[in-house]
Design a protein around this ligand. Sequence first.
Ligand SMILES: NC(=O)c1ccc[n+]([C@@H]2O[C@H](COP(=O)([O-])OP(=O)(O)OC[C@H]3O[C@@H](n4cnc5c(N)ncnc54)[C@H](O)[C@@H]3O)[C@@H](O)[C@H]2O)c1
Length: 328
Amino acid sequence: MNKSVIPAKSALITGGAGFIGSHLVDSLLRDGYEVTVIDNFDPYYPAEIKQQNIAPHLQHPHYRLLDVDIRDAAAINPIEGCFDVIVHLAAKAGVRNSLSDPLGYQMSNVIGLQNLLSFAHARKIKQFVFGSSSSVYGDCPRLPWSESDLDLLPLNPYASTKLAGEQLGYVYSRTFGLRFIGLRFFTVFGERQRPDLAIHKFAQLMLAGRSIPVYGDGSSERDFTYWGDIVAGIRAAMDYTASDYEVFNLGNHRTIGLLETIHKLEAVLGVKAQIDWQDWQPGEMRRTWANIDKAQRLLGFIPATDFDRGLERFAVWLKERLCAEAAA
Ligand SMILES: NC(=O)c1ccc[n+]([C@@H]2O[C@H](COP(=O)([O-])OP(=O)(O)OC[C@H]3O[C@@H](n4cnc5c(N)ncnc54)[C@H](O)[C@@H]3O)[C@@H](O)[C@H]2O)c1
C-alpha cells in the first residue's frame, strides 16, 4: 500500500435511516467516510419513508446498513469493523408519544444508549457523539437556555431519557476514558423532517384541505434549526478533541411563535390553514430558545439557514414528494 494514502475515517451512525441521520450519512459519504448504519426501522412512522431516505446510500461502496435493534446487546456486540467515531441518533423520538409509552422510551433511549456505550468501551472507540435534545431544559426558568444552566427540569419521559443519556455519557467519559459530546438539538426542520413534527404534520393536513390541531392559545414558541446546520454541528462534534466531555446547544438562537409559523406555512404552501383549537397538552414546553455562544466558540457553529429559507426548501421538497407519490 502507498504509505502516503490516508485511510478513510470510519463512522458508526445509529438511526442513520431517519431524518437527521440520513442527512448526516449523505454528508459523510460525500466526504469519503466509511459509514456503517444501525437502524431497525422503528414503526413510530412508516418504514417506507426511511427507505426513501437511504435509497441513494444503498449502492455506495463505502456504505453498510445493519438492521439491528439497539436494545439488543447480543446483536450489537458482534458487529465487525473498526470505528473512529460513533454518532448515536437512534431513539424513540416524539414528546407526546412518550407519555403513553414511558417504558418503551427508557428501553430504546437509555438501555439502547447503554448498549452502544458498552460497545464503544469494549472496542476502544475514542469518540462518541450523542443526539440529545433541548427538551432536557423543560421548566428551566432562564431564557435563552445555556449549557451552564444546572436546573434541568424535564417535563416528559422523552426528555428525561435524554438527560439520563447525557449523565450516562459523563460516566463513560470520566470513568472509562471515552470522549462524549452531547448535542442538544433544538426543533430540527427542513426536507425529510419527521412526519409527526408540527411543520410537517401541519403542511400535510393543510395540503389535504384538513384542519390542523393547535394546542393551547397558539402562543408557544420554538427555536427552529435547519437540518443542514445540525449536520454541520454534528460534523464539528465528531472532530472535537479539546476536552473529554461536553454538551452543546445546537439551535438557531431565534424563536418563532406557533401562529407566525402557521402564517409562514400558509405563504409557502399557498393554502389557508383551518385551526382546530385544542387544550394545552401535558408535558409540552411553552418556549424553547438556545444560547449558542458555547457551540460557536468551541465548535465554530454558526447557523447558516434562517427559518424562512429552510421553510421554502421544505415546501418545495414536500410538494415534489407528494407529486411523485400521486404519480406512482
Ligand atoms: N428532529 C428533532 O427536532 C430532534 C430534536 C431533538 C433531538 N432529536 C434527536 O435526534 C435523533 C434523531 O432524530 P430524528 O428526528 O432524525 O428522528 P428519526 O425518528 O427520524 O430517526 C431516528 C432513527 O432511529 C431509529 N431507531 C429507533 N429506535 C431504534 C432501535 N431500537 N434500534 C435501532 N434503530 C432505532 C428509527 O428507525 C429512526 O430511523 C433522536 O435521538 C432524537 O431524539 C431530534
